[in-house]
Design a protein around this ligand. Structure first.
Ligand SMILES: Cc1ncc(COP(=O)(O)O)c(C=O)c1O
Length: 405
């Protein structure tokens, strides 16, 4: 048989957070090493359990979840999404404009596949959650990166963003709270982004999967509460993070704004939703329960909560390491520290991550995997318990004290 090659469509598709460093970690684990995995935002393996009510609702509904559902998802869950957003100031969302997916991931790829023609440009933050860049490329579009400014709390550099708009630009991706930087954007910043979108007639893609994970009274504002009827806004969120059920694969897309101007695009999204029949039905039943009632995530993010304690410790210890500096995260589950590349002679951050893995058995993600242009950052996941983070960061400090690439 002749060699079987992957499709040319994948030529520009990069997803390095699951690349060679992870492969090396898996090899080491297979030969008996214990690796401290600080690389993926997956709450369950770190001892975070889903709220009981979410599990119970899904279990009770299993007998009713044997068939395919409406391709957009079950009505009660879509209504729950509408009602939740009403409490967040989004008053113009209709149940018909909510689509449930196998995680936000599926809705990201679906909505870009339905939109992009070859060469259409989508503005994506740098650094980004790399699925966005990869999905734009897979859909035939061109990802164009706008800078987020570390010296300005990792806020989007709006001048840079606007300067990158061309006649081919179709939309702007906004990840808030942000992965990997942990930034939570102010009302002023978000309002300016909406103004830019309105002026240039662009779609806004608001990835708000971390909307319920904020610290120190940071105010999370849903972008669609500012866009009204002026700007088409696609909002993405789901159960993976705040409800700790990443494995259930349950997320949604909510479309607001002038959708009468986007009938053809929305038909395209429906077509793709129909082609995959429906999202995992048992997990759709978890949505209504999750969104209603007491929100147990608050116990984790408020003072005394595990997530807050872990973020605080990681921030403090990282900044104590000579040659490392780090902005505090106002939200999400990550820190994106800076390395002094002169001091460590770092020219290749993937090699840095591999060297750390081999020497200290700690798995981190290198910054360029997040479409960051310089080899001077890495991403740390703040999910491990305080004791584990403490040990890991001691070992990182020890490693860096003698490191020169
Ligand atoms: C910013 C962002 N968007 C989307 C996702 C994917 O989430 P889901 O599990 O809903 O597919 C993640 C997962 O880490 C993420 O960090």
């Amino acid at each position: 048989m002749a060699m079987v090659r992957q499709s040319d469509k994948l030529k520009n598709v990069l997803y390095d957070i699951r690349g060679p460093v992870l492969e090396q970690a898996e090899k080491m684990e297979a030969s008996g090493h214990r690796i401290l995995r600080l690389n993926i935002g997956n709450p369950a393996p770190f001892g975070f359990e889903a709220p009981d009510a979410v599990l119970v609702d899904m279990i009770k509904n299993l007998p009713n979840a044997q068939g395919y559902s409406d391709s957009r998802g079950i009505y009660s869950a879509r209504t729950a999404v509408v009602q939740y957003y009403q409490t967040r100031g989004i008053m113009n969302l209709d149940t018909d404009d909510v689509y449930l997916g196998n995680g936000v991931s599926e809705m990201i790829t679906m909505s870009l596949q339905a939109l992009c023609n070859t060469g259409d440009e989508i503005l994506v933050p740098s650094p980004d959650y790399p699925l966005w860049t990869a999905s734009v490329a897979l859909s035939g579009g061109t990802p164009v990166h706008y800078l987020c400014d570390e010296n300005n709390g990792w806020n989007p550099d709006l001048e840079d963003l606007e300067s990158k708009i061309t006649s081919r630009t179709k939309g702007i991706v906004v990840i808030n709270p942000n992965n990997p930087t942990g930034a939570v954007y102010s009302r002023e910043t978000l309002t300016k982004i909406v103004e830019i979108a309105k002026k240039h007639e662009l779609i806004l893609f608001a990835d708000e999967i971390y909307e319920k994970i904020t610290y120190d009274n940071a105010e999370m504002i849903n972008l669609a509460s500012l866009t009204g009827e002026d700007v088409l806004c696609l909002t993405y969120s789901g159960l993976s993070k705040a409800y700790r059920v990443a494995g259930y694969r349950s997320g949604w897309l909510a479309i607001t704004g002038p959708n009468w101007k986007a009938e053809s695009y929305i038909e395209g999204i429906k077509l793709l939703a129909n082609m995959r029949m429906c999202a995992n039905v048992p997990a759709q039943h978890a949505i209504q329960t999750a969104l209603g009632g007491y929100q147990s995530i608050n116990d984790l993010i408020l003072p005394g909560g595990r997530l807050k304690a872990q973020r605080d410790l990681a921030y403090k210890k990282l900044n104590e390491i000579d040659g490392v500096s780090c902005q505090q995260a106002a939200g999400a589950l990550y820190l994106f520290p800076k390395l002094d590349v002169e001091k460590f002679g770092i020219v290749d951050d993937e090699r840095f991550a591999l060297d750390l893995l081999k020497e200290q058995k700690i798995l981190l993600s290198h910054g360029t995997a997040f479409n960051w242009g310089e080899p001077d950052h890495f991403r740390l996941v703040t999910l491990p318990a305080v004791e584990m983070l403490d040990t890991a960061l001691d070992r990182l400090g020890e490693f860096l004290s003698g490191y020169r690439q």
